[in-house]
Design a protein around this ligand. Structure first.
Ligand code: MLT
Length: 262
């Protein structure tokens, strides 16, 4: 494991192969992509890292912005000397990926978005984040996660894969509340990348869990339609964390997309 600017970086596979850079969602960590990395690492150079404030990364002062998350990502690309990686982001990782593509598209060869959106927060979403911060302050991170995490998964996954769900829950429970609140503020204050979508020129695939209640299929389909020549894939039966819930389906489709790149 390498550390870049306080962020743990996990590299798998041969650097001579095409690189895929994985960006996880809120309140998870790089382990979220484990099933994709296991599947792809023999043919690709896979790089994942813990976002600042989450996982094993530095918390610093807890004052993050979407711009600072994007700065971190670009710093990793530069410091690891990655040659046009495929950027693969889920949800908050998708917000970071989209803003980074808006800033520096030429540094990437392709984009895979999962269960995310390009729009900024609505007034209701902003107020919900503010209420989340208040809840963490008054009743603790566990209370916040009890309300937030069930929405990240389909009911089937929570029941039928209970041990896995519990393990993901437990990993979020040990997050530093300052880091979690910093992420909430960064998401609350992020800019809208929708106007840029029609400018995206790199090959793009957009995945959405059929049962995603946080970034629903119909919203994501509209987003994907704005990206020229993008492919939109609904992941059957999956909730918001579609690559965790349905790895076989996602791995097959992602690998088809990767093979189509020249
Ligand atoms: C995530 O999974 O990263 C979050 O659901 C994003 C969000 O809260 O907007």
């Amino acid at each position: 494991m390498k550390i870049i600017n306080g962020l743990p970086i996990f590299e798998y596979g041969n650097r001579k192969n095409r690189t895929i850079l994985f960006v996880h969602g809120f309140t998870f960590n790089s382990g979220m992509w484990q099933k994709q990395i296991e599947y792809l690492k023999n043919d690709y150079h896979c790089v994942a890292y813990d976002l600042r404030g989450l996982g094993e990364s530095s918390i610093d002062d807890g004052q993050y912005t979407m711009e600072s998350f994007s700065d971190d990502l670009l710093e990793i690309v530069d410091q690891l000397n990655l040659d046009k990686p495929v950027l693969c982001g889920l949800s908050m990782g998708g917000y970071i990926s989209l803003r980074t593509i808006e800033r520096e598209e030429s540094k990437f060869s392709a984009l895979a978005l999962f269960d995310t959106r390009a729009d900024d927060d609505t007034k209701e979403a902003k107020l919900k984040r503010a209420a989340g911060i208040k809840l963490i302050n008054q009743q603790g991170l566990d209370k916040f996660l009890e309300g937030f995490l069930p929405n990240c998964f389909s009911e089937e996954f929570r029941i039928n894969s209970h041990e896995e769900y519990q393990s993901i829950f437990d990993q979020s429970l040990v997050c530093n509340p300052i880091g979690v609140k910093g992420c909430l503020l960064a998401m609350l204050g992020r800019t809208n990348t929708t106007p840029y979508l029609s400018n995206i020129r790199i090959p793009t695939v957009v995945f959405c869990g059929e049962k995603d209640v946080l970034s629903p299929v119909e919203e994501m389909r509209i987003m994907a339609e704005k990206i020229p020549n993008s492919k939109f894939i609904v992941v059957p039966e999956a909730g918001h964390l579609s690559p965790v819930e349905k790895p076989d389906f996602v791995n097959t489709e992602l690998s088809e997309f990767l093979k189509s790149l020249n």
